[in-house]
Write a protein that binds this ligand. Structure first.
Ligand code: KIV
Length: 301
């Protein structure tokens, strides 16, 4: 999918579109993979210009953009709407659409159809879904339809009620073993990559070494093959809570509050708009206009 506007950075002219094969090659070459979430056109455009390898339209959309308490309420239609906006801004990054709750759990047929919509209707290159051994048949069916799949294990937010909250996973030996087995099963089922969320660093290091496909960590320590963060966390734009594993690279909430208050006080004090923000009418036209007014019957206008 090509961007409406070409990238402003000329060095990016030589960049090639990221592919699942390119992502695998990065792991094989020992290069670290970068991924972030995006939900709108301007953010995706800037992220692509910054050279991020993969952009995920995450179902975190539900929480950080739509204001829900968790990811469960977001629908296929809402996801596709935001995927479309993101895809219009991106030329190079591999685009991944996150399958929302209940779009792949009910039946394999529905799962394949919904996965297909991300590619057919909204410009995505691949999909992500949550779960391990319980999702293998679904994943195989989606892949056999020609759709690349990214797995997601550890803290899987769509199971928040089953997991008893947003809490780290795999801290007990038996859980760690299950996660390693799940990762190997997802690889065998054909996933091109796996997100490891909120699991111990030692475990994600071991899983990353044992897998041929890349692991992308979030709250999983430094030894994954790549890293992902929710962009609103990284930008300081989501204040309801910040997980311990997040590094804030900006404080946009505060910047926005300052900008909005400054605008309010400028408008109220008539400091904005000024002459440079105002459209001028040529003096001659203004004179003609006034002449017209004086000649017309004041009741006509
Ligand atoms: O929805 C999302 O943003 C995600 C990331 C946390 C990986 O699934």
């Amino acid at each position: 999918m090509s961007a409406i506007f070409p990238p402003s950075n000329p060095s990016q002219q030589r960049r090639r579109k990221s592919s699942t094969h390119g992502i695998l090659a990065k792991k094989q070459n020992g290069e670290v993979i970068t991924m972030l979430t995006a939900y709108d056109y301007p953010t995706a455009l800037i992220m692509d210009q910054a050279g991020i390898d993969m952009i995920l339209v995450g179902d975190s959309l539900a929480m950080v953009v739509l204001g829900y308490p968790n990811t469960l309420p977001v629908t296929m239609e809402e996801m596709l709407h935001h995927c479309n906006a993101v895809s219009r801004g991106v030329e190079y990054a591999l685009l991944i659409g996150d399958m929302p709750f209940m779009s792949y759990q009910v039946s394999i047929t529905e799962a394949v159809r919904n996965a297909g919509r991300f590619l057919q209707e909204s410009g995505m290159d691949a999909i992500k879904l949550e779960g391990g051994r319980n999702r293998l048949e679904t994943i195989r069916a989606i892949i056999s339809a020609g759709i690349p799949v990214m797995g997601h294990i550890g803290l899987t937010p769509q199971s928040v009620h089953q997991l008893g909250g947003f809490r780290p996973q795999g801290r007990e030996a038996s859980e760690a073993r299950q996660l390693l087995e799940d990762a190997l099963l997802l690889q065998e089922a054909g996933c091109f990559s796996i997100v490891l969320e909120s699991i111990p660093g030692q475990l994600s290091k071991l899983i990353s070494k044992r897998l041929e496909i890349p692991t992308i960590g979030i709250g999983a320590g430094p030894d994954c093959d790549g890293q992902v963060l929710v962009t609103h966390d990284l930008l300081g734009l989501f204040e309801r809570f910040t997980p311990r594993f997040v590094k804030k690279y900006a404080n946009l909430s505060e910047d926005m509050r300052v900008a909005f208050s400054s605008y309010k006080s400028d408008v109220e004090s008539r400091a904005f708009p000024m002459k440079e923000h105002t459209i001028e009418m040529p003096d001659t036209e203004w004179a003609i206009f006034n002449q017209m007014l004086s000649e017309s019957n004041s009741n006509d206008i």
